[in-house]
Ligand binder design. Structure first.
Ligand SMILES: [Zn+2]
Length: 465
């Protein structure tokens, strides 16, 4: 008998964690962190299953909402093997280490405040530390190429297809025998849109008797990538021509490399007015190196460049700043410039001090290239607030804010349904990784286009396939 139970990303978009049981074999697909409102407390709750009973952990990709509870899983007794693509293995390491640094910093700030109020007892230890991350990578790992089959047990194999979401991202195919019949269950992980800027687009599905598909943007269509690229270029060129400085709050993984590639192309074609460009994020600098490590996963044009010894993410005007002092020194730069720094939603990181120094000037611009969640500083600026608080200081916002919507790393409704349409033999369809209301819209759209019924997965409810 085959059973699937979701312990995260069931009617939410974070905390991905799905337990698959085939006979006596237990396989966990992702072990992600809950993020956003109320998410942090949920990470401390019990998993809902016994970690020491799980035989395999399969990771779809290295975003923290898919890997952030792996250290906790190991602390609580998981002894099995971890399976992922090679790129996911490498990226997971830098993402978890960076995450540990942030958690430890947050812990220091929170505990200081709590001590002042005499509430030490309420403080939760950091979810994981750098030491815990080391233990994750001391475990037994098996890295797989796309479509390489790995036998878990007689009659049970796992393989990956390219999900086109970020470098190394995969959808997971589990093949097994049931009453002498071959069956396949597929987990989409996060699926990228059909058109990608720097990595290969997702592979088609082949056989999928049962499919668990993410539904983050199952309710909507994205703007086209071409249109977004044009909007981005216009915003860059007009600000620089106006002698302004551009701030780009950017996510370290994928989005930063996309922006670097676009600026590289603009530089090469002569479109980019003379300026200095700073990549001011240690994590993004490390991630970019890993994008260069796997040229085979880059889109054809970038792979070709890389094959000729050219770095797609580097060019003459780009400077990388790793230390805090180098970052602070950017504040004294007089020439017009472009500063790419995290965090992507301006709720921490080096972008904060750049915003503090640049927001007051109407010549400057902030270009948002990713979604800004409600309650973040980024969202306040996008929403047109006249003044914002940074490091306790009121800062007047005069800089222009541009929002470029079409750089999503997630497939929209059309791309998701097109992808489902490539499945052979599909009998059962389950929606995960999305908000309930959006999933209902998605389910109706799937029914209208493909005629498939879909089931919205509930947290903790076991599904028998
Ligand atoms: Zn993701």
């Amino acid at each position: 008998m085959v059973k699937v139970t979701s312990y995260g990303a069931a009617q939410t978009v974070t905390g991905s964690c799905h337990l698959l049981k085939i006979g006596s074999i237990k396989i966990l697909i992702d072990c992600g962190m809950f993020q956003g409102d109320g998410g942090s407390k949920k990470n401390y709750e019990p998993f809902g299953f016994e970690p020491s009973d799980v035989h395999y952990l399969i990771l779809t990709h290295a975003h923290l909402d898919h890997i952030g509870r792996v250290p906790k899983l190991i602390k609580e007794g998981f002894k099995g093997k971890i399976i992922a693509t090679e790129a996911t293995f490498d990226i997971a390491k830098i993402m978890l280490l960076d995450g540990a640094g942030i958690l430890q910093e947050e812990y220091k700030t929170i505990s200081k405040k709590a001590r002042r109020r005499g509430e030490e007892d309420s403080i939760l230890e950091p979810l994981y530390t750098k030491e815990d991350v080391k233990k994750v990578f001391a475990k037994k790992w098996k890295t797989l190429q796309y479509y390489e089959e790995h036998k878990l047990k007689q009659h049970i194999t796992v393989s990956f297809g390219n999900a086109g979401h970020i470098m190394g991202s995969a959808f997971v195919m589990i093949d097994y025998q049931e009453q002498n019949e071959h069956k396949r269950i597929v987990f989409s992980g996060d699926l990228g849109p059909k058109q990608r800027l720097i990595i290969d687009e997702h592979d088609k599905l082949d056989r999928a008797d049962a499919l668990f598909i993410e539904s983050t943007y199952g309710d909507r269509l994205h703007k086209s990538l071409e249109q977004s690229i044009e909007e981005f270029k216009e915003a860059v060129i007009s600000t620089l021509k106006d002698k302004g400085t551009i701030l780009i709050p950017s996510f370290a993984l994928e989005r930063t490399q996309e922006i670097l590639w676009l600026l590289h192309e603009m530089h090469g074609s002569g479109e980019l007015p003379k300026c200095r460009i700073f990549l001011d994020s240690p994590l993004a600098i490390k991630a970019t190196k890993l994008y260069n490590k796997y040229p085979v996963h880059l889109s054809d044009k970038l792979e070709y460049l890389s094959g000729r010894g050219k770095d797609p993410f580097s060019f003459a005007w780009l400077e990388t700043t790793t230390t805090r002092n180098q970052s602070m020194a950017i504040n004294r730069v007089k020439e017009r410039s472009i500063i790419i720094a995290g965090s992507g939603m301006c709720n921490g990181g080096r972008i904060m001090h750049h915003l503090k120094h640049k927001l007051w000037n109407a010549r400057n611009a902030v270009i948002f290239v990713g979604f800004q969640v409600e309650g973040t500083l980024g969202r306040s600026i996008v929403d047109g607030q006249k003044s914002v608080k940074i490091y306790g200081e009121d800062i007047i916002v005069k800089a222009k804010a541009y929002t470029i919507n079409g750089f999503s790393a997630h497939a929209d409704q059309k791309d998701l349904i097109d992808w489902i349409g490539t499945a052979n033999n599909l009998k059962k369809l389950y929606l995960i990784h999305g908000e309930r209301d959006k999933m209902e819209i998605f389910a109706t759209a799937i029914k209208n286009r493909l005629g498939h019924e879909s089931h919205i997965v509930e947290h903790g409810n076991s599904i028998t396939l």
